[in-house]
Design a protein around this ligand. Structure first.
Ligand SMILES: Nc1ncnc2c1ncn2[C@@H]1O[C@H](COP(=O)(O)OP(=O)(O)OP(=O)(O)O)[C@@H](O)[C@H]1O
Length: 241
């Protein structure tokens, strides 16, 4: 289980508070959508959870391990087991989809492997299995510059899974994609939650949140406005954002 308690974060020289005491528990297999107005703190929350931003205060416990108490061990666990997906995934466009999946990102892979691109044959089989599971088998040997936005996002998801992600943090993973690609990325994330018990915490537009998420959290001014499961938002909740 993942437990976040009283996460606070302020930014800039004036120490403007962006997250004001966020507390959240979540379990394996949940697909949680974060919704909220621009500037409400959604990206900052994901970046704090990915340990890409320093927390001002708060507790962060994952599978019983206190992540902030021993920052070295904590960072290692989060880097190994949590994947942070950005709107435009960082892929090496001159390499094939398969190579991108195999080689991984900084922090997941030894530097020599990133530089040389050398991989073991066992790893090939595992990566191809995941690529097939995500419906991209025929694209595996294509260079990433030939892939669509949705395919690139699914390659980034494959890469996260091959490198052992148990939790995926995704910041607007479908922004700029056509409706069909949006659907394929969202179906992929949903399938991972149901079948592989991966947890996904993602910033989404409201309509996709209502369609795909098992839980919707509304953020307003750095605080949770609501946290609902198994239903659509009421008019009152929509007005809170
Ligand atoms: N490093 C920083 N320095 C100054 N202000 C920052 C910094 N990082 C974030 N902010 C401010 O904090 C607030 C929250 O930003 P954040 O990116 O988390 O919002 P968001 O909800 O993800 O917005 P959007 O939907 O527009 O991406 C914004 O007002 C932003 O300008």
């Amino acid at each position: 289980m993942i437990r976040i308690q009283h996460l606070t974060k302020s930014v800039g020289v004036d120490k403007i508070p962006v997250l004001k005491g966020i507390s959240l528990d979540f379990q394996r297999g949940e697909l949680i959508a974060l919704v909220g107005a621009s500037g409400s703190g959604k990206s900052t929350l994901l970046r704090c959870l990915a340990l890409k931003e320093k927390w001002d205060k708060g507790n962060f416990v994952v599978d019983g391990q206190d992540i902030l108490k021993d920052p070295f061990a904590g960072k290692r666990k989060i880097r190994r087991e949590w994947a942070y997906l950005e709107q435009n995934p960082h892929l090496n466009l001159n390499r094939t989809a398969l190579k991108n999946v195999l080689i991984g990102q900084a922090g997941q892979t030894p530097l020599w492997r990133m530089a040389t691109g050398m991989v073991r044959s066992d790893d090939y089989m595992g990566a191809m299995d995941v690529i097939e599971q995500l419906g991209l088998l025929e694209k595996a040997h294509q260079k990433c510059d030939k892939l669509s936005g949705g395919e690139r996002q699914r390659i980034a998801i494959s890469r996260a899974l091959v490198h052992g992600a148990k939790v995926i943090l995704a910041d607007e993973p479908v922004v700029g994609l056509d409706p069909k690609s949006q659907e394929s990325v969202m179906e992929t994330l949903k399938q991972l939650c149901v079948e592989e018990r991966v947890s996904v915490l993602t910033v989404l537009p409201l309509e996709l949140a209502e369609r795909y998420a098992t839980r919707i959290i509304g953020l307003s001014g750095g605080e949770f406005a609501f946290d609902i499961a198994g239903r659509r938002l009421t008019v009152r909740e929509r007005n809170m954002l």
